[in-house]
Write a protein of this length. Structure first.
Length: 382
């Protein structure tokens, strides 16, 4: 099971490290290895959230996520995206931007750093909406009840998530964005840029998330109708009519996953510049890490980990909320990537331990209940 799920990741790791040695020697090998670890540590919460969505999709779409999705993640977000950002921000053609990335790495890094406020605002708002919609939903299973119970009641107010996200964006635009960090340690006013990018992130979430939710609801309705027809056919002995499940549901969930992955990758791409400004090494290292995140997502789904450890999803969403806040703060202040990674790891580890304790408590209560039943049988003479 482990080799089947992570086999491609192991293969990509071997090829990536060998390519790094041929490209820049053993120093490049070390840089790629460090970048891979950085990406995995920053994106573990991404894997948990992805697993919660991917488990609703069939095996075919899980394979699409591991093949086409990887190409988008590795080449799209880790290689093409930084170049596109530079081309847009510097108002140059894509060929010029590629030439700059390969031949003038210091200038390329400066342009990506200058584009960070817009990137952080877009990704921060998208991730913040994911967190808010999760925390305001009334759930049967609650982790931090003292927080989640009152927030679930507040969540009954229509459009509350959007209102709070817009308030956060306005506060960010008129505080952190007025002294946005740029290359060379200077600070400039990027309030308008941050405001526009944040609204774009909010719109992207509402469009992609809304479409995926709509088709997911249609899929669930079709499945319920199919189940009812199966029961009716079993009672009457008639052959049931086949119900076609809406293929758009899986497609838009896949699209949602890709946008989600893109938002998570922003901090990894920006953080990678603290280690190297070589776009080739960056693509190799972050690409290897992205591959492991995807394999881990599928592993969590197939092992049923989220069903066994029910608070993991909660911890991952709290990590998403923390990452959204960190992205907003980094518009003005530099925050070490180690801190960003540790916040997510700590929250997920805490939620995992809480899940283990819950499972032990349930096993203990079931054992006591069985013991009471046995005593009752003996006392009744059964």
């Amino acid at each position: 099971m482990l080799l089947k799920t992570f086999g491609w990741s192991f293969a990509v790791t071997a090829l990536g490290l060998v390519a790094a040695v041929f490209y820049g020697g053993w120093e490049a090998f070390g840089i790629v290895a460090i970048l891979s670890i950085l990406e995995i540590s920053l994106s573990f919460d991404n894997a948990v959230v992805n697993a919660g969505i991917l488990k609703k999709m069939n095996v075919f779409w899980q394979k699409i996520f591991l093949t086409v999705g990887v190409l988008i993640a590795v080449f799209g977000m880790r290689l093409v995206f930084p170049v596109v950002i530079v081309a847009i921000s510097a108002k140059m053609g894509p060929i010029e931007a590629v030439d700059l990335a390969l031949n003038n790495k210091d200038r390329y890094q400066e342009l990506v750093t200058d584009a960070h406020p817009a990137i952080a605002a877009f990704g921060g708002m998208f991730l913040l909406m994911i967190f808010l919609d999760f925390i305001f939903e009334d759930r049967d299973i609650q982790w931090l009840r003292w927080i989640e119970r009152p927030l679930a009641k507040l969540g009954k107010v229509d459009m509350l998530s959007v209102c709070i996200a817009l308030i956060v964006l306005l506060i960010t635009s008129f505080t952190f964005a007025t002294q946005a960090h740029q290359h060379g340690g200077v600070h400039v006013d990027k309030a308008q840029t941050v405001l526009i990018a944040g609204i774009a992130g909010l719109i992207t979430y509402m469009v992609v998330g809304g479409l995926s939710g709509y088709f997911e609801d249609r899929l669930e309705e079709d499945e319920e109708r199919e189940h009812e027809e199966e029961e009716e056919a079993a009672r009457t002995g008639r052959p049931r009519s086949a119900v076609k499940l809406a293929g758009q549901a899986a497609f838009f969930m896949f699209l949602y996953l890709e946008v989600l992955d893109a938002s998570f990758s922003f901090d990894g791409v920006i953080g990678a510049f603290a280690i190297t400004n070589d776009i080739v090494l960056m693509a190799l290292g972050l690409g290897i890490g992205a591959m492991y995140v995807r394999s881990l997502t599928v592993y969590l789904v197939r092992q049923g980990t989220l069903d066994d450890y029910v608070y993991l999803e909660h911890g991952a969403h709290y990590a998403i909320g923390a990452l959204a806040v960190i992205l907003m703060v980094t518009i003005q202040y530099e925050i070490n990537e180690v801190i960003t990674g540790l916040v997510g790891v700590v929250l997920i580890a805490w939620s995992f331990w809480s899940s283990v304790r819950r499972n032990r408590a349930l096993e203990g209560s079931e054992g006591k209940a069985e013991g009471s039943d046995e005593k009752a049988e003996v006392s009744s003479g059964v």
